[in-house]
Design a protein around this ligand. Sequence first.
Ligand code: DGY
Length: 430
Amino acid sequence: MTSPTELTQEARNILTGNDRGGYTVPNGRVYPFQWNWDSVFVALGFATFDRDRAWTEIETLFDGQWDDGFMPHIIFWKDDDGYFPGSAIWGTNKDPKSSGITQPPVAATAIRWLYETAKTDDEKARASALYPKVLAWHRWFHEYRDPLGKGLVLSSHPWEGGRDNSPEWDAPAAQVDVSRVDPYVRRDTSHLDQSMRPTKLDYDRYLALVQFGREAGWNHDVIARENPFRMIDVGLTMILIRANKDLYALAKALGRDKDAEELRARIDLSEDGVNWLWNDDIGSFCSRDVISEKSSAMVTSASFLAFYAGVGSDVQRQRQLENLKRVSKAATYMVPSFDPEHEAFDSIRYWRGPSWAIVNFMVATGLREVGEEAWAEKVRLDNQKMMEKSGFYEAYCPIEGSGTGGDDFTWTAAMWLLWAAPDAPGVSNL
Ligand code: DGY
């Protein structure tokens, strides 16, 4: 087995090797562009050995922001035909070229951590310069993605929440008409084992949704009202609540009291609103369909982000912990992305079971903050073991700990450096 010191060197090499000059790619072959939430987690990895580069990663990301505050999930800084769908399929006509959907808003949280551990005034100035851009993005969520007015987040595409083929989307995505999808050739399956990727039917639906957005001119009003897939995503929602709390703290620190008030009101709204996602039958927060109003009634790793968001009553928290315990009995390595006792569980197929370090890091952060230190540490050590056993993969089989998806994966290497390594600093000691 590779020693922790060697792994740390390897992880740094992955970050610097996947650096394309101001931004990193998640994996050079499979994902050759800048991805939104990947970059933010990677910035936290850089922060363990090169803080200047950490800030640059986030700054470059925000160079792709649209005028209305929207932040795309991919920025196509350079053309590369190793990935499908490329910029022409998205057809957003932006400069820099970008996709038309967003991704989990983790930036505010990372910027707060970097700000609070800043070593120089220059770092604080970089945080202040980013602050209004992040606020504009959060306002965009509020304006275009809260159709119920409850402070919850609408996802218009399974890629927006980042958990592409989670079984949570099977029923709602089945309503998407795929009959008009133009013929296409996938690139992911030429780089990776098909059994670890979404199916052809999943891709037809992904493409139909891209087509809908493109034909709507990426008008976010139209998308919020008429898009054929409109889920309140539990992961996106919990991450935004947490991010609003961190942005609130930043607003206070920067003397932006009016913004802080606005954020406080939004946090209060969401803390109440999350009850719309609570499924009492299974004792879990779950995603819920805006169109059918049906709860997915499925436990996923995103359900456990309620701890990270700091929401839920004592009873809800206890019931979520019961689920966590149950899941941990069925999985060797916490936290599987999907309930291992559910019939749709698949230990190697992307978000239908594999364990993802970035979500696990957020779950562990939340567990620690609510005083569940033993659980937080178990999650951390399980991730450490998977990385020691298999190296830095996109995700891992939660039963065997073997790697799934792409190798030399930037955000997983970043999570080793920040959190999972035996001597990792963690966010408060960066
Ligand atoms: C992909 O292409 O697999 C991505 O998850 C979309 O962002």
